[in-house]
Design a protein around this ligand. Structure first.
Ligand code: GLP
Length: 241
């Protein structure tokens, strides 16, 4: 596990964009596992600025809310188009994200796992960290769920998401998320974390026991993880060394 300490969010974004740029230049048809949330927004901005060739790149997103149409501004497909896809030369057929409107959740999960398999696995998986230690929408649980699955969002995630919705009723309570196997099978995992509010969960994830209660703790078992984090996010971790 490599930890890169950065000064601030701007540096976090440039360093992470460097890693993604390197991946695309090394393999033009790379499979990038992508994340949503506020953490990767700066990275996507930076990638757009660099005018990279995405014409052969394939992407697979971690998750999507259930029940939100693609034209809903809070859906993750809308977020991805708005923050990255509409601004680079990626082909539409190379974009993959769970269908939040699929009526048969289970079927959609099987389709998504097959999609990961058909892509030949993920070369680089970008991850943010939830305040409760979730990765994608793999919420604190009694087990690590391997495959893509429908998840009932935890109260802490619903609360964290409330800032994006006008009323509590509008906040989705379910999502479809890639499972732990899809993430752990990636060749390289890049976890980006910023801000003091993530300091204690980052420490738990990296130094604590490997437990499904903190889903990100499974990353301790992966042999190529790069954590890009700012001083604030690393503050608790540093106290232990
Ligand atoms: C959501 C996403 C996660 C993301 C998390 C953290 O829950 N499903 O993939 O990592 O938010 O969000 P933020 O980066 O805004 O802290």
């Amino acid at each position: 596990m490599e930890i890169i300490e950065v000064k601030n969010y701007d540096e976090l974004s440039t360093v992470t964009a460097d890693l993604i740029e390197k991946q695309i230049k090394m393999k033009e048809d790379s499979v990038l596992g992508l994340a949503t949330g506020s953490s990767p927004v700066g990275t996507y901005k930076e990638l757009i600025k660099r005018n990279l060739d995405f014409s052969k790149v394939r992407t697979i997103n971690l998750d999507e809310y259930r029940g939100l149409a693609p034209d809903n501004k809070q859906s993750y497909i809308y977020f991805m188009r708005d923050n990255l896809f509409n601004h680079v030369n990626i082909k539409d057929e190379n974009i993959n994200i769970p269908n939040g409107l699929a009526e048969e959740g289970f079927e959609e999960c099987l389709r998504y796992d097959k999609c990961i398999e058909d892509l030949g696995g993920i070369d680089l998986q970008l991850l943010g960290l939830g305040l409760n230690g979730h990765i994608g929408f793999n919420e604190p649980n009694t087990e690590f769920v391997k495959g893509t699955h429908v998840v009932t969002l935890s109260q802490s995630t619903i609360d964290a998401n409330s800032r994006f919705f006008e009323s509590y009723e509008e906040i989705p309570k379910e999502a479809i998320t890639m499972g732990i196997k899809g993430i752990m099978d990636a060749g390289h995992i890049v976890l980006i974390v910023n801000g003091a509010k993530k300091a204690s969960i980052l420490k738990e994830a990296i130094c604590g026991p490997i437990t499904p209660k903190v889903q990100a703790s499974i990353l301790q078992l992966h042999n190529k993880v790069t954590i890009v984090a700012d001083k604030e996010a690393l503050s608790e971790l540093k106290k232990t060394f």
